[in-house]
Design a protein around this ligand. Structure first.
Ligand SMILES: Cc1cc2nc3c(=O)[nH]c(=O)nc-3n(C[C@H](O)[C@H](O)[C@H](O)COP(=O)(O)OP(=O)(O)OC[C@H]3O[C@@H](n4cnc5c(N)ncnc54)[C@H](O)[C@@H]3O)c2cc1C
Length: 492
C-alpha cells in the first residue's frame, strides 16, 4: 500500500492536516509514537481521572473560529463544551483580577483594577481587537508564511489590501512599543498582567513580543475560552475518527525512526523494521526533531540547519497533574486561575507565574464523583532538568512551591489533594518525544523575530512540516492553522 500522504505525529497539527487532506480526497496514514492522540493537547488516564497532557483552554470554537470552520467543513458536530464568562482569575497578593471575556465587562474590570489609567488601557485594548481581527483575516486564508519560494510570494500578493497594509507598523514594533504609544510602558501592574497573558499564549513578554502576534493572541481570549467535555483530547479524537471513517489510517504506538527517499516515494521506518511508503510526508513531530527523523541525505536538502535550530530559544514546561476534592473550589465557578509570585512578579517562569486549570465540575469524564482533576503548568528552562543529580530534589521543590502558592489562595487545597503527578521537560521528552522536553515552539525574541520563523516548507520536495515550531506557532489554534496550510499546499 502506498499512501498519498504519511504524517509523523498525531498532535493537533498532524490531525488537522490528516482530516483536511482526507476531505480533499487523499489517502493518509498518521503515525503516532505514543498510545494517545493529541500530543501536547492530548490526555492520559490514572485512577479514575482523566488528565490533559498540556493544553487545557479551548479556543477557536466560536462562530467563525478556526475549529468552528474546520468542523463545519468536515460536517462534524463539535463536542459538548462550556463557553466561559470569566477566562481566568489572576491572583496577586493584594488583588484578584477577573479576566472577563466580553469586552464591555472587561472594560469595567479595567476601570476597577487600573483606576486612573483605565482609559489608556481601554484604548490599548481597542487597538488589540482591531489588529487581532486583521491578523485573523489573513491567517484564515492560510498563506505560506514567511514566503520561501517565488510562488509563495506571488500567492501573498492578493492578500495585500487596505486592511493588511495597516498591519505593517505592528510587524515592525513590539508590544512594548505599543504600550509607549499609550503611555503605559511604566505601568507596573498592567505590565505584570500583560506579561502573564503573553507568556501563556506567545511564550514571551511585552519587550520581545512582535506587536501583531501579541494583539492576535490577546484578542483570541475574548473571542471565547471553552472547557471542552473530556478535555481537548475530544477534539483530537473527532479529527482522527473523521480520518479513519474516510479511509485514512491512524497507527498508534508507531514511532517513525527514519524517513528516506526511494525513487519517487518516501519510506518511513517504524518499530520492528516495519516499513511504510508514501508519496508525500508531513512532519508534525516538531522542527527540533527534523534532523533526527530524516535520513542524512534528506536532512542535507533542507534549508533548516541543525545548528541554527539549536540556537533558537524554546521553553520547557513543569507540570503537575492531580486530583482534588471538589469542596476546595466550590465557592468559585472559574476554571482557570493564574498565580503571580508576589516576590518575583517579573520571573515569568518556574513558578513566577503559573496556571491552574480545573476540570469542569459537571464533566464526569474528567474525575470520579466528588473530585476534580487539575493541571498546573509553568514555563521552565529545559537544560537544568537534565542534571540528574539534582533532578528529584528540584522536582520536589518546584512541586511544593506551586502547591504552596495555590494553598495560600485556597486554604484547604493541600489537605484535600488526592493524587499529585509532577512532570518536567524530561517527562515531555519521554512521553511526547519533545527534544530535550522543549514545548510551545520558539520564543519570539524581538520585533522582527517572526521573520525567522519556519514556514510549512522544509525545503525538501515532497516533505512538509506543521506544528508549534512552524508559523504561526504554538497553541492548538496556531498548530491547526499550520496543519491546514500544509493540506492546502499539498491539495493544490
Ligand atoms: C503545559 C502546556 C500547556 C498548554 N496550554 C495550552 C492551552 O491551554 N491552550 C492551547 O491552545 N494550547 C496550549 N498549549 C500549546 C499546545 O498544546 C501546543 O502548541 C500544541 O498542542 C502542539 O501541537 P503540535 O501539533 O505541534 O504537536 P505535539 O502536540 O507536540 O504532538 C506531536 C506528536 O508527535 C508524536 N511524535 C513525536 N515524535 C514522533 C515520531 N518519531 N514518530 C511518531 N510520532 C512522533 C508525539 O508523541 C506527539 O503526539 C500548551 C502546551 C503545554 C506544553
Amino acid at each position: 500500500m502506498v499512501y498519498d500522504v504519511a504524517i509523523v505525529g498525531a498532535g493537533f497539527g498532524g490531525l488537522a492536516a490528516a482530516a483536511d487532506l482526507t476531505k480533499n480526497g487523499h489517502r493518509v496514514a498518521v503515525f503516532e509514537a505514543s498510545n494517545e492522540l493529541g500530543g501536547s493537547a492530548g490526555k492520559f488516564e490514572r485512577e479514575g481521572y482523566r488528565f490533559q497532557s498540556g493544553a487545557t483552554v479551548g479556543m477557536g470554537f466560536e462562530e467563525g473560529g478556526v475549529f468552528d470552520r474546520l468542523f463545519q467543513r468536515l460536517e462534524l458536530p463539535k463536542p459538548e463544551m462550556h463557553l466561559l464568562d470569566t477566562i481566568m482569575d489572576i491572583h496577586m497578593p493584594d488583588r484578584t483580577i477577573h479576566y472577563y471575556r466580553k469586552p464591555e465587562k472587561w472594560y469595567r474590570e479595567i476601570e476597577r483594577v487600573f483606576g486612573t489609567r483605565a482609559s489608556s488601557i481601554q484604548e490599548f485594548y481597542q487597538e488589540v481587537f482591531r489588529v487581532g481581527a486583521a491578523v485573523d483575516e489573513l491567517t484564515h486564508r492560510l498563506p505560506v508564511f514567511p514566503p520561501r519560494t517565488m510562488k509563495d510570494m506571488v500567492r501573498l500578493l492578493p492578500l495585500i489590501n487596505k486592511s493588511s497594509v495597516k498591519l505593517l507598523p505592528f510587524m515592525t514594533q513590539t508590544v512594548e512599543d505599543r504600550l509607549k504609544r499609550y503611555g503605559l510602558e511604566d505601568h507596573r501592574l498592567f505590565r505584570i498582567f500583560l506579561n502573564g497573558e503573553l507568556m501563556d499564549s506567545v511564550q514571551t513578554s511585552v519587550e520581545y513580543c512582535p506587536a501583531f502576534l501579541g494583539c492576535a493572541a490577546l484578542q483570541t481570549f475574548h473571542k471565547g475560552a471553552f472547557a471542552v467535555k473530556g478535555g481537548l483530547a475530544s477534539i483530537a479524537e473527532r479529527l482522527a475518527d473523521y480520518t479513519r471513517a474516510d479511509g485514512g489510517e491512524i497507527f498508534l504506538r508507531h514511532p517513525i525512526h527514519s524517513v528516506e527517499r526511494k525513487g519517487s516515494l518516501f519510506t518511513l521506518k517504524s518499530k520492528r523494521s516495519k516499513e511504510f511508503q508514501a508519496k508525500k510526508v508531513v512532519l508534525n513531530n516538531s522542527v527540533h526533531n527534523l534532523h533526527d527523523t530524516l535520513s542524512e541525505e534528506l536532512g542535507k536538502q533542507s534549508y533548516i540547519r541543525s545548528s541554527d535550530e539549536k540556537e533558537k530559544e524554546a521553553w520547557g514546561a513543569y507540570i503537575i497533574h492531580g486530583g482534588v476534592n471538589h469542596t476546595v473550589f466550590e465557592d468559585t465557578d472559574v476554571l482557570y486561575h493564574q498565580f503571580i509570585d508576589p516576590d518575583h512578579p517579573d520571573d515569568l517562569h518556574d513558578g513566577g507565574q503559573f496556571l491552574l486549570s480545573l476540570s469542569h465540575p459537571g464533566d464526569s469524564t474528567m474525575a470520579p464523583q466528588g473530585k476534580r482533576s487539575f493541571t498546573i503548568s509553568t514555563h521552565t528552562s529545559v537544560k537544568p532538568w537534565w542534571n540528574s543529580k539534582q533532578y528529584e530534589a528540584d522536582k520536589e521543590q518546584m512541586k511544593e512551591k506551586l502547591l504552596h502558592t495555590i494553598h495560600h489562595y485556597f486554604p484547604s487545597f493541600k489537605d484535600n489533594l488526592d493524587l499529585v503527578l509532577p512532570g518536567t521537560p524530561v517527562t515531555f521528552n519521554k512521553w511526547l518525544r519533545r527534544k530535550e522536553g522543549k514545548v510551545g515552539g520558539y520564543t519570539p525574541t524581538g520585533k522582527y523575530s517572526w521573520a525567522d520563523s519556519y514556514s510549512i516548507r522544509t525545503g525538501i520536495s515532497g516533505i512538509y512540516q506543521c506544528g508549534d515550531t512552524v508559523f504561526p506557532g504554538a497553541g492548538t489554534l496556531g498548530v491547526t492553522l499550520s496543519g491546514l496550510m500544509v493540506s492546502k499546499e499539498i491539495s493544490r
